[in-house]
Ligand binder design. Structure first.
Ligand code: FAD
Length: 322
């Protein structure tokens, strides 16, 4: 089933999650443990992030460094297939432009189609950490919208090789990212919104937002989207703050503001558990207000730590959600 079909069902679960593949060398069991803990809350679907390559430098002799390319969290496609098989749940692999040329993208989409994945979140991806700014591959996509175009083409049976005859059409439902507080590279919110609208006009059928900690930012964003003629479902992304360090790290990485009230609550906490409790309390209140405000579902970024999301789900949805 596609995400838009799920969201159209009046009785659909208002809880969805994003998981990270385990670090290379770790077992998939960590994902299963997370899923086992979250399944009683009946998630509507599960996103699995994609992590591009990074450069690491290894000393190979005195003063000699060797540059190596590694992917620290491979496994997105395999995890999606495994979760669908084990939990009978719809999965949404994240597909990024960075690190792929168009041929590799096409082949990845064919793999996904063959394993029965019906949904993808089409993203540009960020810069390689050591590079500072995003660079596409030669013959790769520079923006998410170009990736959306390629998926839409494949949905029409249009492959890169125009000599292919009677080629099979895929049937992917395409989600894209939106930024209530503006994407950090966009010159202004209006410009960011125009590109978002283009992604939707080109074929994206729903939007998932970057995390935010002030619901008003989300509600304003939805109003601006609707005024700009963007009428697809907009799913709010929430992350429970779990450590005091995240007061600096989250704005730095995700370019989001943290409200003064939340910062004060974390500053006043005396122990790690109290910090976690302040973060969970904030996230629970955010989710409850969003649900009252009629959002299609609340999407939780677990970021490799299931426990706070499990606890928040328990507080909001009770033991088992129907
Ligand atoms: P785009 O939509 O391409 O936008 C990038 C910037 O360019 C924006 O400033 C936009 O305004 C502008 N723009 C867009 N199109 C054009 C154009 N044609 N010409 C000029 N300017 C344009 N990253 C990962 O690596 N893996 C993940 O799994 C992952 N999951 C994510 C999930 C969510 C819900 C979100 C919100 C982000 C995720 N990211 C992930 C991060 C994402 O890759 C980065 O935020 C990236 O910098 C932008 O991706 P995008 O798809 O929004 O890019």
């Amino acid at each position: 089933m596609t995400i838009t079909e799920i969201l159209e069902r009046p009785d659909h679960s208002r809880f969805s999650i994003e998981l990270l593949p385990p670090l290379k060398g770790e077992h998939i069991d960590s994902i299963y443990h997370t899923m086992d803990a979250l399944m009683p809350f009946n998630p509507a679907f599960v996103d699995v992030t994609y992590h591009r390559e990074e450069y690491v430098y290894r000393e190979v002799g005195p003063g000699l460094l060797q540059k190596r390319t590694v992917r620290k969290r491979p496994g997105t496609v395999g995890i999606c297939a495994a979760l669908m098989n084990r939990y009978h749940i719809e999965t949404v692999p994240h597909i990024i432009c960075g690190g792929f040329n168009v041929e590799e993208t096409e082949n990845a989409l064919i793999d996904l189609d063959f394993v029965g994945v019906r949904n993808v979140l089409a993203l540009r991806g960020d810069a390689i950490r050591s590079e500072g700014r995003f660079k596409s591959e030669p013959d790769g996509h520079g923006y998410a919208i170009d990736l959306v175009d390629q998926i839409v083409d494949l949905n029409k049976g249009i492959y890169l090789d125009s000599d292919l005859k009677n080629s099979v059409s895929t049937n992917f439902c395409i989600g894209v990212a939106g930024y209530p507080e503006k994407h950090f590279e966009a010159p202004n919110p209006g410009s960011d919104l125009r590109w978002l609208k283009k992604k939707v006009d080109h074929g994206a059928t729903y939007i998932v937002t970057q995390m935010f900690f002030d619901n008003q930012r989300f509600f304003d964003f939805v109003d601006r989207c609707r005024a700009a003629d963007i009428h697809v479902p907009i799913i709010p992304g929430l992350k429970p703050l779990t450590t005091a360090k995240q007061l600096q790290v989250l704005p730095q990485i995700f370019h989001v503001d943290l409200p003064e009230e939340l910062v004060k609550a974390v500053d006043q906490a005396k122990t790690r558990d109290q910090v976690k409790e302040a973060g969970m309390k904030w996230c629970t209140q955010q989710a409850e207000e969003l649900l009252e405000g009629g959002v299609p579902t609340v999407h939780f970024y677990t970021m490799g730590k299931a426990q706070p999301t499990v606890e928040i789900a328990r507080r909001i949805y009770g033991t088992v959600q129907v």
